[in-house]
Write a new protein. Structure first.
Length: 108
């Protein structure tokens, strides 16, 4: 169950990065709503990370959490913000995904 919480926490980390990028692109009230979304996603992500590390090793949990957030943010950047999807970016994104899976596989 804590692995599921950790995955959801990583997805909310992607959410707060997305909201932060949208807040940067907007002004006024719209920017305020994106910043509110940022705060909400940040809070949910941190609470779920805290709950997950009650039984998971902190080093593994933190690495997996940041890895999910990083992978999700890169994918959102490519799909939503039209960032380049160059060969080396995809290659290293793939190695990061492999590392996340590997950390889960070798953790108790």
């Amino acid at each position: 169950m804590n692995w599921i919480l950790l995955i959801i926490a990583g997805l909310f980390e992607t959410g707060f990065a997305f909201c932060l990028a949208k807040a940067k692109e907007t002004t006024g009230t719209e920017s305020g709503w994106w910043l509110a979304g940022f705060g909400l996603c940040l809070t949910v992500s941190m609470v779920l990370l805290y709950k997950a590390v009650q039984t998971l090793p902190i080093g593994t949990a933190y690495a997996v959490w940041t890895g999910i957030g990083a992978v999700g943010t890169v994918i959102i950047g490519i799909l939503v913000f039209k960032e380049p999807a160059e060969l080396w970016r995809i290659f290293f994104l793939t190695t990061l995904i492999g590392s996340i899976i590997g950390l889960k596989w070798v953790s108790a």
